[in-house]
Design a protein around this ligand. Structure first.
Ligand SMILES: Nc1ncnc2c1ncn2[C@@H]1O[C@H](COP(=O)(O)OP(=O)(O)OP(=O)(O)O)[C@@H](O)[C@H]1O
Ligand SMILES: [Mg+2]
Length: 359
């Protein structure tokens, strides 16, 4: 299996998470990308807990249902990992070639990864020379727990799918953001004063995880997965309204205006403090380029008015993104309104699918 490798024609993206399975397939067209097939299938609660597949029957059935619904043209897949399955660090190593680093990466990783190196899949990407130390270079190191990837691979194979590539959710977000043009320098510059640092944050609010990727001058500067998400709001609603989990989920998604403001307030206080923590970590090393713009995505970004709330609470511009703004869609085959409604939630699968075309 070509873990994190780049040449992978004809792959479909599959994002397996606690709440469901998302499948998405793109094709390359002259203007960029076109949507080929897509399906979102919910998983029963606790089928996957903290990345561990508990109910493999339920997960492979959901995968089969997704394939049945989407009818993708391929059975080879690129999947994502996040949260406690993966450690991502920007490390400094003595300047060398990619080829040489390949043979030294175990040694370097051993200093930074708190697991036995034999228990993880490793990958790296050279960012460039370290601005402070000329004989060192910055490298993104990725270590992914083998047992988690192997478990996913097994349920995928039970559904007739072959795992060809594994990517990190935070990297997928960056790739999706790139095709949307939100990483382009001129777009970023527009809203800033000249000579200000140009940092933006991609914030993916899932059910249990918030993936944060801060990009400074077009390059990844900080990544972090935090344990917080839409489910915290569901729990606040359960408490405030005395509802079951499912009833609270339904209320949140279909009648948000009926949700007690206290529950919403507590959710935002928690979310803001998580985000501030990441922004502070980032600022400790990159104080000269503060984050000027937050792009919100993930199912949590579908909460009505979330961008305004974040903007007011953090004092940073915020906007919810929709990848289908930039993807060609056959309106006879897909319901455009539905795609636009849930677009923000599909950023990870879009980014995974995009990467499968990298040369
Ligand atoms: N219309 C909506 N309004 C508010 N919240 C929503 C809406 N649709 C989905 N959500 C919430 O978004 C979350 C799911 O988002 P997403 O699919 O991005 O997460 P996930 O990938 O399953 O989870 P994770 O990334 O944490 O493993 C759930 O908490 C869900 O309740
Ligand atoms: Mg997710």
């Amino acid at each position: 299996m070509g873990l994190f490798s780049s040449k992978k024609d004809g792959l479909i993206a599959i994002d397996i998470s606690a709440t469901g399975v998302k499948l998405l397939e793109l094709s390359e067209v002259r203007s960029g990308y076109a949507l080929q097939s897509m399906a979102v299938v919910p998983l029963p609660r606790d089928a996957i807990v903290e990345n561990t597949v508990i109910d493999s029957m339920a997960v492979s059935q959901a995968l089969l249902d997704a394939v049945e619904a989407a009818k993708p043209s391929a059975r080879r897949v690129v999947i994502s990992v996040s949260g406690n399955a993966v450690i991502i660090k920007v490390i400094q190593v003595p300047t060398t070639t990619e080829f040489d680093l390949e043979s030294q990466i175990d040694f370097e990783a051993d200093k930074h990864v708190p697991y036995d190196i034999d228990d993880v899949y490793l990958d790296f990407q050279i960012l460039g020379p370290d601005p402070e130390e000329p004989d060192q270079m910055d490298v993104v190191l990725v270590a992914c727990k083998r047992e988690i990837v192997d478990d996913y691979q097994l349920v995928l194979s039970e559904a007739g799918l072959e795992t060809k590539c594994v990517d990190c959710a935070v990297f997928a977000l960056e790739n999706a953001a790139e095709i949307m043009g939100i990483l382009d320098d001129d777009v970023v510059v527009e809203s800033f004063e000249e000579d200000e640092g140009q940092a933006i944050a991609l914030v993916n609010i899932g059910a249990n995880l918030v993936n944060v990727n801060i990009i400074k001058n077009g390059q990844m500067a900080f990544v972090r997965d935090q344990f917080y998400g839409g489910e915290n709001l569901t729990e606040e609603i359960q408490k405030e309204h005395g509802l079951s989990y499912q009833a609270a989920e339904d209320l949140k998604k279909t009648s948000f205006s009926d949700v007690h403001p206290e529950a919403v307030e507590r959710f935002y206080v928690g979310l803001t403090s998580e985000l501030v923590r990441s922004l502070d970590f980032y600022a400790a090393n990159h104080g000269e380029s503060p984050v000027r713009q937050i792009y919100l995505m993930g199912g949590g970004a579908l909460i009505p008015d979330i961008a305004t709330e974040i903007e007011q609470r953090l004092g940073i511009n915020a906007e919810v993104v929709n990848p289908f703004d930039k993807i060609k869609v056959n309106k006879k085959k897909f319901d455009m309104d539905e795609l636009n409604r849930m677009g923000a939630m599909m950023m990870v699968p879009v980014g995974l699918a995009v990467r499968s075309f990298d040369a």
